[in-house]
Design a protein around this ligand. Sequence first.
Ligand code: LMR
Length: 338
Amino acid sequence: MTIRLTLQFIIKNLLFLIFVSISFSAYSQELRLKFSHVVAPDTPKGIAAKYFADSIKKNSNGTIIVDVFPNSQLFKDREEIEALQIGNVDFIAPSVSKFGPVGINDFEVFDLPYLFDDISELNLIVKGDIGKSLLRKLEEKNIHGLGYWFNGFKNFTANKDISNVKNFRGLKMRIQSSKVIESYMRHLKTFPQVLPFSETYTALQQGVVNGTENSLSNLYTQKMHEVQSHLLMSNHGALLYCVLMNKKKWQSLTNRQKELINSSFLSSLEYQRSIVDKFENEALNEIKRSKRVKIIELTKDEKSNFSSFLKKSYKKNYKRIDKDLIMTIENELSKTKN
Ligand code: LMR
């Protein structure tokens, strides 16, 4: 074997070895991603985020690791959306009530009081064209939307009896950064105040605000029932989340990685849907067991009076939210009621 053939043989095998090691390291190289959220781990969103991370790890044979940071450890409400846009975090799942500051008002349509009777109505809209078209709007903000998670319905709490509309007058209410929520709080003659979720307990405890609204699992896990005297079972609005990824990071993934993340999200959604009611019921039982708040149940008539009163606030939002969008949703839902 001449020297030239020997050299050719050595070079060929060397190149092959280099190629194999590069492709092997590319395939087995671990991709580490960060998921930040503001609620406690033992909540419908906390559980879903962990489930999502575990599914990705399992489905990627450990090549994609998602570290989950709950309880605003990394970022508070407003910061987390900005952090996602600039790539300081890879995944977040904020409430759709917090997109106004990002300049996408239409998500606040989901805050209209008593627009949805239950989660299946909400699901019908978010899984349909409306839900998908809203997700597409996020792309122009350097955000890729994977889909929606649920956290049941919100109820009002306060440090006084709020069993009728008049009693809300003059209360200082903590709210999320939604103009629609602000409009119905003003309609109740309260003083709405936007505060980060993580600061709500202390603000209630110190009397900076006297009341708020949230899902039962959020009220319980944040111990808000310990600094409020009354809980009105109003079920007046949905707490809906949007699971988001930094767009550049999404675009940097291989098609296989994108499929894997999408399928892990879909299985987390199914799982999440199956646990929401359980978490909300358990939270209510714990709140009842604590005997710290007076729980006010509304009769059917009282609820319909309360609903028609709050629905009068819709027209205040027709400039902010596309009126046709509200009408389209109401038409879609009316079809399910017939
Ligand atoms: C809130 O700020 O009250 C909620 O959006 C918190 C959450 O993410 O459930």
